[in-house]
Design a protein around this ligand. Sequence first.
Ligand code: ZN
Length: 310
Amino acid sequence: MRKRLIVAWVLLMIFSNGTEAQKAPQRPALRRIVIDAGHGGSDQGAKGELSTEANIALNISLKLEQMLREQMPEVDIIMTRREDVYPSLYERCDIANRAKADLFISIHLNSAPRTKHKEVSHYETKTFYKGKGKKKKKYTKEVPVYRYWSSPSPAMGTETYIWSAAKNESKKREMMENEDAFVDSSINQIIREFDSRSPENAAFVALKAKQFFERSQYLAFTIEDEFKKIGRVSREARQRNEKGIWVLEGTSMPSVLVETGFISNPEEEKYLYSDAGQRETSQVIINALKRYKNSLENRTIGTANGVARK
Ligand SMILES: [Zn+2]
C-alpha cells in the first residue's frame, strides 16, 4: 500500500478516461468538478461563536454550487454532501473518483487557539520565615496575584492547500487504517491490478501525477490571488500533510483545499456566516476557476502529456 495508493488512484483515472482524452483532444479540459464541504454530522470541525466549520463550509459550498451552475453551466457539479452528515474521507474520494471528475475542491474554515493573557491584578501581603530555631525570623512581602484570561486569536485570512508531494506516506496509511469504509472498497483490487502493470505504465502514471500537481498548484495560487484582489488577507498557497488533507491525496485528479478564513476570529466568522460573505467567497473561487479553465484550454499549464507549455 502506501505510495501505491496514490499511484493506484491515478491509474484508475488513466484507465478509465485517460486514453479517451488522448484520442479526443477536443474533450473539455474542465468538465466535472466535485465540491466537498468539509466535516459535517458527527464531525463539526472548528467551533466559532455563531456557528461551526461544518455548517459554514456547507453553506459556502451550496452557494458555490448554485453560482457555478449559473456562471459555468457547461461544467457538471457533484457535491460530496448537501446536508449535515459526515461522509468518510474515503467516501468523499470515492465519489470524486467514480464520477471521473477533473477537479476536487474541498471547502473548510481555519481555526487558531485563543491567545492567553496574564496580568498582575493586585498585590497581597504574605508572611515568610527565614532561618532556623532561635534565629528564625518572620517577615512579610508583597507578592503579585495574577489574573489569567484568553481572547480570540487575531489570526485571519485565507489559505489554499495542495497535497504535499513528500512525507505523507505514514499519514496516508494511518487514514487508511482508520477508515471503516476502506475495508469494503475496491482499492485492494486496484492495487493488485497495479502490481501487474508494466514499468511503462508506471512512468505514465508518474507523468500524470506531475500534471495533477502542476494544475493543483496553479489553481491554489490563482484562488489566493483572487482573494487578494477583493482585499482579503491571503496566507498564500501551501502544502500540508495533516489528516484532513487526505482527501487531496486520495483523489485521482487535481485537487485543492480552501481554508476560507478563520472561524476563531469573530470578525471573519461574522463575514463567513453572512450571506454576502459566503457569496463573495464563492465568487472568488469561481473567478479563479474561470482562469484555471482558460489556462487549461490555452494549454498554459500542465497538459495531457504532463508538460507545461508556458
Ligand atoms: Zn476543516
